[in-house]
Design a binder for this molecule. Structure first.
Ligand SMILES: [Zn+2]
Length: 371
């Protein structure tokens, strides 16, 4: 099979997956802090996506990175032409949940910065990124892979938290196989929980945004951040179509709580924090945008509707200090101009906080709504 036929086949399957997710959006609006029980419609579509992803992650280690990036770029460019105006803004996702109380301190919108550290190169840039944000008065969270291609020095974790940043867990091995079987996930969840305790982490995001929200109840965390409002470029492209956080209740919450009452866990459920601004890799590496204009436009729209602007920026792809960016990097100046834009245009109007704080706020609101 020639490369172009392969690309065409992948584009077609991805397009079909995205259409299924669009059909879902008319029924999947989240009531206040509750996830819709039916995550995916169309069993066939769901299984074909699962199979495709499984094959991709088995083959991935054997395909050179430049070729993977070239294929993904080609797919993303084709997909962008097909999705029309449903990305980066999905109409309808701006509706606030029922009884939404608004953000603390009467802020217009929440502004949440998160970082997934993918590799040794990214690890080496965490301090520069932290310092950039600190200079501009922002705080963020850094998610590290516990058993990936690097080890996180304890000093770095301590430095981040001492400066008001948050440390979270990013997958376990980041190999695309975390959700490949229920039994394997249970085993890996126990390891993730041990790292969360050791690191003092209360949040999780899976590698490649692969997810099963039902299984995530095995994790002792307050929030997960593996979903998004709209992102057809992801391997599991079904969006949640909301720019607000929501609560994912545990169907067996009460019985589990009795068994594990000593553990501070997600026994009743957890907060889901969808990212609502496109990922930096998608914008600057795959779609090769030359400015952060899409981030700014989407942020204006989120601010207008009082939602949560949550972005995932990877230090791995940031090019600092005027160095020449490789084909998988973009100038850190893009990120800086975006932060400058937010602080100048919306000075005093937004709640810049860590995802943990947003989750705790949502837990308080959920408890108040119940009592
Ligand atoms: Zn990742």
């Amino acid at each position: 099979m020639s490369a172009s036929v392969l690309i065409e086949a992948f584009a077609e399957r991805r397009r079909r997956g995205f259409e299924e997710s669009n059909q879902e959006r008319h029924t999947s609006f989240n009531p206040p802090f509750r996830a819709h029980p039916n995550l995916y419609s169309g069993r066939r579509g769901r299984y074909s996506l699962m199979l495709r992803n499984r094959i991709y992650y088995w083959l991935k280690p054997f395909v050179p990175q430049f070729l993977r990036t070239a294929i993904r770029r080609s797919l993303a460019t084709r997909l962008r032409k097909q999705i029309g105006d449903e990305w980066p803004i999905m109409p309808g996702s701006e509706r606030a949940p029922e009884n939404w109380p608004g953000w603390p301190g009467n802020k217009k919108f929440a502004f949440v910065l998160t970082h997934d550290v993918e590799s040794k190169a990214g690890l080496g840039r965490c301090r520069s990124l932290m310092e950039l944000e600190q200079r501009l008065g922002f705080r963020s969270s850094f998610n590290f892979i516990p058993e990936g291609s690097y080890r996180v020095p304890v000093e770095l974790r301590q430095e981040l938290t001492a400066n008001g940043f948050e440390v979270g867990i990013h997958d376990l091995k980041h190999d695309g196989h975390l959700f490949s079987s229920r039994r394997k996930f249970t085993r890996h969840a126990a390891k993730i929980n041990a790292y969360a305790r050791e690191w003092g982490a209360s949040g999780f995001r899976s590698g490649f945004m692969l997810r099963n929200l039902d299984w995530l109840h095995d994790l002792d965390v307050q929030y997960d951040a593996s979903t998004f409002d709209t992102d057809p470029f992801e391997p599991q492209p079904q969006g949640r179509h909301t720019i607000f956080p929501f609560w994912v209740p545990n169907p067996n919450g009460d019985s589990i709580r009795q068994q594990r009452s000593a553990i501070q866990s997600s026994s009743n459920g957890y907060v889901e924090l969808p990212y609502t601004l496109p990922q930096d890799f998608t914008l600057f590496v795959l779609l090769q945008e030359k400015t952060p204009e899409i981030w700014m436009r989407k942020l204006d729209w989120i601010a207008q509707h009082g939602g949560m602007a949550l972005v995932d920026v990877h230090p791995d792809y940031l090019c600092f200090d005027n160095a020449i960016a490789t084909s998988r990097e973009y100038p850190a100046a893009h990120y800086k101009s975006f932060l400058d834009y937010v602080s100048q245009r919306y000075s005093g109007a937004f709640w810049n906080t860590t995802p943990r704080q947003v989750a705790q706020f949502c837990i308080r609101v959920t408890q108040a709504t119940r009592s």
